[in-house]
Each structure stands twice: as structure tokens, then as C-alpha cells.
Write a protein that binds this ligand. Structure first.
Ligand SMILES: Nc1ncnc2c1ncn2[C@@H]1O[C@H](COP(=O)(O)OP(=O)(O)O)[C@@H](O)[C@H]1O
Ligand SMILES: [Mg+2]
Length: 238
């Protein structure tokens, strides 16, 4: 197993946001976490990338316990994250933003930049434009491209489709598939459950800090409870 999360508990002050979550991601998979606002999706990703500390439980990555490893060392180990809300540096150009993703590494990043520009031709056209003047969809591309610059083994994506027009949502999802086809494992958090379940191999449903269901993603598309709660209703609605 590439990534194993074992019964983690995470607190904000006295409030327990994650109440014992366990999940696994195998090499080559796209795994999605779905769930309502406040379910603990972002906190789970932040705990994996080291931005939040766990109270108990453990995280194993590539055979090593990384539960107490600082975030920048997790990036070097192969955990890349495109954060919720994108976090593009507004005053830096697209290229400079992308290079920030490689900060923890040494060496020549020309080839990695070329690969990101191949994946996102739009960013290649706009490489000298300031990040802050890019559209929402383009900034999402910068955030994903920046995470890829660290050459992650697993890419953590927090609601990449948030706030995007339907056409751009489809484009982002097809790029995630392309990234996975090229060999990167993906852990995808989404509120857009329909599309996430169509793309992912497996899925976990989170409710108030717990996993309430895990199954092959295609099965959840046809699960009456999941349809009712997350897919807007009865079978055959789409
Ligand atoms: N910085 C914070 N301080 C206090 N509570 C927080 C903070 N961030 C998140 N929470 C709480 O933790 C829970 C999980 O939040 P979050 O992981 O952001 O959920 P999701 O991403 O699924 O919407 C929620 O109850 C939320 O209110
Ligand atoms: Mg969130």
C-alpha cells in the first residue's frame, strides 16, 4: 500500500474534527473522499501533508511511518498537495509559481516545467503572466502544476473543481485522469461527487469526522443512500 492512514484523530483545540479515520491508497489508484461541508475532508488531506498534527493514530507512506515527519520532508518523500483555495502567489508569474513547487528539490527543473506545460497548454501560453491575473480555472491549473513540480508519488487534490464553470470542471477532471494515466497516484477530495465517483477507482464517504462507507467508486454511483445524500436523488436521475 502506498499510503495507509490508520485510525487518526485530529483536533482543533478541544474540538475533535477527525474521529478515527482509516483509509488506504494503493499505487496507481485514484481514490476520492466525498462528504458534506465540515465532514473533515480538508483536515484529512492536511494531516497527510503535515499541515495538521494528529492526536493519535498513524500515517504510513511508502512503507515508512511519517506521522511525525515535518511537512517539507513529506514533500521530498513524494506527497504533493494542491491546497483548497489554490494558494497561487498573485505577484509571481506562472513560471515562478510553478518553480515554487520544486523548492524542496535540487537539480534542473526544465524537464518538469516542460511536462507541466504539455499537460496544461493554457499555462504554457500564459507562462509570463502574473498568477493573480489568471482566471479561477487557470489558477487551479497552476496549483495542480505546482504540486506536480515536486514529482509526487501521490497527488492530494482538495476540491479542484470548486467554483469552476462546467466546461472547466470537465477539463480539470480529464487532466486528473491524464496525470493518473502517466503514473501518479491521486487522492481527490470533492463535493462534486458525481464526477469524482465517475473518475475514481475507489471512494470513501466521510461524515462528521468518520468514514461511513468505502467501496469501488462505481458501486457508490448506484448506492441509494449515496445518491440520496450526495448525488441529488433517485437512480437514473442523470
Ligand atoms: N481552523 C479551524 N479551526 C477550528 N475548527 C476547524 C478549522 N478548520 C476546520 N475546522 C472544523 O473541522 C471540521 C472539519 O472541517 P474540514 O476538514 O474543513 O471539512 P471539509 O473539508 O470536509 O469541509 C469542521 O467541523 C470544521 O468546522
Ligand atoms: Mg474542505
Amino acid at each position: 500500500m502506498l499510503l495507509e492512514i490508520n485510525d487518526i484523530h485530529v483536533h482543533y483545540g478541544k474540538i475533535e474534527a477527525i474521529k478515527g479515520i482509516s483509509l488506504e491508497v494503493a499505487e496507481g489508484e485514484i481514490v476520492t473522499l466525498i462528504g458534506a461541508n465540515g465532514a473533515g475532508k480538508t483536515t484529512t488531506l492536511k494531516t497527510i501533508s503535515g499541515l495538521r498534527t494528529l492526536t493519535s493514530g498513524s500515517i504510513t507512506f511508502d512503507g515508512t511511518d511519517i506521522s511525525r515527519l515535518p511537512g517539507h520532508k513529506r514533500v521530498l518523500a513524494g506527497i504533493g498537495q494542491a491546497p483548497e483555495g489554490r494558494g497561487v502567489f498573485p505577484g509571481m508569474t506562472v513560471t515562478e509559481n510553478l518553480l515554487m513547487g520544486a523548492y524542496a528539490r535540487k537539480g534542473d527543473f526544465g524537464k518538469d516545467l516542460d511536462e507541466v506545460f504539455e499537460l496544461f497548454p493554457r499555462l504554457a501560453e500564459r507562462r509570463d503572466q502574473a498568477g493573480g491575473t489568471m482566471s479561477g480555472g487557470e489558477q487551479q491549473m497552476v496549483a495542480i502544476g505546482r504540486a506536480l513540480m515536486s514529482r509526487p508519488k501521490v497527488l492530494l487534490l482538495d476540491e479542484p473543481s470548486m467554483g469552476l464553470a462546467p466546461k472547466l470542471v470537465a477539463q480539470i477532471f480529464s487532466i486528473i485522469k491524464e496525470i493518473n494515466d502517466r503514473g501518479t497516484t491521486v487522492l481527490l477530495v470533492e463535493q462534486n461527487a458525481q464526477q469524482a465517483l465517475q473518475l475514481a477507482h475507489r471512494a470513501y464517504v466521510l461524515e462528521t469526522g468518520r468514514v461511513v462507507k468505502s467501496a469501488p467508486a462505481a458501486d457508490l454511483l448506484h448506492d441509494p443512500q449515496v445518491r440520496e445524500a450526495y448525488l441529488g436523488g433517485e437512480l437514473g436521475a442523470h
